[in-house]
Ligand binder design. Structure first.
Ligand SMILES: [Zn+2]
Length: 411
């Protein structure tokens, strides 16, 4: 299966410390998320806590389900029985150091554990109840959503601007998705600025657990304004899209680049001179440099018409989008599609490499319009489906107060 890439994983690797912030201190007024062996609310997942001795703790390195229950006076044969009987639903070997758990133990002198509650993350828990019959179940904390605002002036990058304000990198990622067709996030200018209204998810209305959708955004790039409003133009499909303040769809039939993080190392150039001979040899592609292994995306929906290794091209894929447009991607380390596959915009079709004729890792991206290679950076690329006339008035009424709110956010 082809996967649409979200660069979340990339961002989480590079901005790991930031994720921590998002969960633990996204909101200054938060109580600590981990309350150890101290007061807890009266009920927990339906258990009246007054009826138990409650122990909250964190799994230490080297601890297991067995050692924890043993410490709470459950005898070994019983531990095996519990582990075996719940195994299909909850494999206790998967417990991980650093995760929180709660033991509900008998209030009498035996202090024997009766219920084990494992916290996978801030939302998801597994309950193992072995008071009488043994059973396990998964439970989720209720997640609520509040709208939040953010804004900033770019000094170096969008993710840095957001990071400085302790806003989740997910917001930067989502913004770059929304504007993928209109703004080249690798060529942001100093003094470019943005405002955003987004959903922050909470448990217990206080502990932040993630980002929901971006409701509206404003981006000013080289002095030009770009609005984006989340809207569902067709209630039957329910698909959310982003439109600007003039009802234009922000999506284009083609992405600006086949890579999410890259820089252009060589442009389409009909007059490029070859170093050795001083001869002119045009470069009909656009080179995007990126580390080996970076995922390469199909820039539009289409059908794979070539996928092979050949000479100077190395590993390459060619995709026919319609009667007018065809694109090609060269020098891959590995291909991810075969001839006949139907790919969607954003699908990973291969990974950056340096096969064939190349001096460094990059994708040579070639773009055909009516069988002639053209410069995609200079093409007026076709827009995605426009908004239907009959809903435009509704849309404009819908966004009017949101736009006002957006405009009022200070930098
Ligand atoms: Zn090239």
């Amino acid at each position: 299966m082809l996967k649409k890439i979200t660069l979340l994983s990339l961002i989480l690797i590079t901005l790991n410390s930031c994720k921590e912030k998002e969960e633990k201190s996204g909101d200054d007024s938060n109580p600590p998320t981990v309350v150890k062996k101290s007061k807890v609310s009266k009920k927990l997942f339906g258990y009246s806590l007054d009826n138990f001795k409650v122990v909250k703790d964190e799994i230490k390195r080297g601890e297991t389900f067995g050692t924890i229950l043993d410490e709470h006076h459950v005898w070994t044969p019983k531990i095996y029985e519990i582990a075996n009987s719940i195994k299909p639903d909850f494999d206790v070997r998967r417990l991980r150091a650093g995760k929180n758990y709660t033991i509900l133990a008998a209030k009498d002198s035996t202090e024997k554990a009766q219920v084990f509650i494992y916290q996978h993350d801030l939302v998801n828990y597994s309950i193992v109840d072995f008071r009488d019959s043994i059973y396990t179940k998964s439970v989720k904390k209720k997640v609520t959503t509040k709208l939040k605002q953010a804004s900033g002036i770019i000094t170096s990058s969008l993710s840095q601007s957001l990071d400085e304000k302790h806003i989740s990198p997910v917001v930067a990622n989502d913004l770059s998705d929304i504007y993928a067709w209109t703004i080249d996030f690798f060529r942001l200018q100093k003094n470019d600025r943005f405002k955003v209204i987004y959903e922050q998810k909470y448990i217990n209305d206080t502990v932040p657990v993630g980002i929901g959708r971006i409701k509206a955004a404003y981006f000013e790039h080289v002095g030009k304004p770009f609005y984006a409003f989340n809207y569902v133009p067709d209630s039957i499909t329910g698909i959310e899209e982003y439109f600007d303040d003039q009802t234009n769809n922000l999506r284009r039939a083609f992405l600006k680049a086949p890579l999410k993080f890259s820089r252009i190392s060589s442009k389409y150039n009909l007059k490029r001179k070859i170093a050795f001979y001083g001869r002119i040899r045009p470069h009909l592609g656009t080179d995007f440099a990126a580390p080996v292994g970076s995922p390469i995306m199909s820039t539009a929906n289409g059908k794979v018409i070539e996928s092979k290794y050949r000479g100077g091209n190395g590993n390459y894929v060619k995709i026919r989008h319609n009667a007018t447009y065809t694109t090609q991607y060269l020098h891959m380390s590995k291909r991810n599609v075969k001839v006949g596959d139907y790919v969607k915009q954003g699908d990973v079709i291969g990974w950056v490499g340096m096969t064939g004729n190349t001096s460094g890792p990059h994708v040579c991206y070639r773009f055909w319009k009516n069988n002639r290679q053209v410069d995609p950076l200079k093409e007026e690329l076709p827009a995605a489906k426009p908004m239907k006339k009959e809903i435009q008035a509704n849309y404009l009424t819908h966004i009017a107060p949101i736009k006002k709110e957006l405009d009022a956010i200070p930098y």
